[in-house]
Design a protein around this ligand. Structure first.
Ligand SMILES: C[S@@+](CC[C@H](N)C(=O)[O-])C[C@H]1O[C@@H](n2cnc3c(N)ncnc32)[C@H](O)[C@@H]1O
Length: 230
C-alpha cells in the first residue's frame, strides 16, 4: 500500500491533537462545583493550609535549580518542602525578622546547602535585584505594615526575575468562620498588586481550608508583540 507524504502529515497532526487533548484533560480542572461538599472547610488549628501542602506545591510547580525566597519562613515548614523541590542546584532563601528564628533555621537546615536562612529587614527582603524565580509569603503578608505595602510590592518586582512569580497565602476573611482578623482581603491585595505592576495569574482557595493562595506575575509578560494595542 502506498502512503503519501500528505497522509503521513495528516496522521501526525491527528496524533499531536490527541496527545494535546490528553494532556489538557489530565491537568485542567474546571470551576464546576461537582459536589456541594467540595468546598466545606475541613481543617483547623494554627496552620490548616499545611494539611494541603501537596496542593500548594503542585500549584507552584517548582523545578530543579529554581531560586525561591520564603519570607517569614517561621519554623521552616515550607522552606523544607521547597528545598526538596529545587534540589541541590537550587536555592531557598529563608527570610526572618527574628534573630532567634534565624538561628533555629540555621541549626535545622545545617546539612542542606541549598537553604540560606537570613535576618531580613521589616520593610524589604534585603536581597539583590533579579535573584528569585519565586517569592513566597505564607501567612506573613498581614504582618507587613500596611504603610509599606506599596513600596514592598515594588521592591519585590525588582527582586523577582522577569518570568518569576509572587505567591501569597493568607486567610480568606470572606469565608472564614473564625473570629481571627489575621488575614487579607483579596480585593485589597489585588488592587495593591495591580497598582505596583503585578498581575493576578491565579487565585485559588486551598481546598478544605479558609485560606487562599494568590499567584502574581509581572505585567510586562502581557505586552503585545508587534501588534497595535487599540
Ligand atoms: C504566622 S508565621 C508564618 C510561618 C510560615 N510562613 C507558615 O506559613 O507557616 C509569620 C512569620 O512572619 C514573620 N514576619 C513578621 N513580619 C515580617 C516581615 N516584615 N518580614 C518577614 N517576616 C516577617 C514572623 O516572625 C513569623 O515567623
Amino acid at each position: 500500500m502506498h502512503i503519501s507524504r500528505r497522509h503521513i502529515h495528516f496522521l501526525v497532526a491527528v496524533g499531536l491533537l490527541w496527545v494535546a487533548g490528553w494532556v489538557v484533560g489530565q491537568h485542567w480542572t474546571s470551576t464546576r462545583v461537582a459536589d456541594p461538599g467540595q468546598w466545606v472547610i475541613q481543617t483547623s488549628g494554627r496552620y490548616p493550609y499545611r494539611e494541603r501542602g501537596d496542593f500548594v506545591l503542585a500549584e507552584l510547580d517548582l523545578r530543579n535549580g529554581d531560586t525561591v525566597l520564603d519570607i517569614g519562613a517561621g519554623d521552616g515548614y515550607w522552606t523544607e518542602k521547597m528545598a526538596q523541590a529545587v534540589g541541590p542546584e537550587g536555592r531557598v532563601y529563608a527570610g526572618e525578622v527574628e534573630q532567634r528564628q534565624v538561628e533555629r533555621l540555621q541549626s535545622h537546615f545545617g546539612d542542606l546547602a541549598q537553604v540560606e536562612p537570613y535576618l531580613c529587614p521589616m520593610d524589604n527582603t534585603g536581597l539583590a535585584e533579579n535573584t528569585c524565580d519565586l517569592v513566597f509569603l505564607s501567612q506573613t503578608w498581614h504582618h507587613i505594615d500596611q504603610d509599606v505595602h506599596e513600596g514592598y510590592l515594588k521592591h519585590l518586582r525588582s527582586v523577582v526575575r522577569p518570568t518569576g512569580r509572587l505567591c501569597i497565602i493568607e486567610r480568606y476573611l470572606a469565608i472564614s468562620q473564625t473570629r481571627s482578623t489575621h488575614g487579607t482581603q483579596i480585593s485589597r491585595l489585588t488592587a495593591e498588586a495591580e497598582s505596583t505592576g503585578w498581575i493576578l495569574l491565579r487565585h485559588s482557595i486551598i481546598p478544605g481550608t479558609d485560606y487562599f493562595m494568590a499567584v502574581f506575575v509581572q505585567r510586562e509578560l502581557f505586552q503585545t508583540e508587534g501588534r497595535d494595542a487599540d
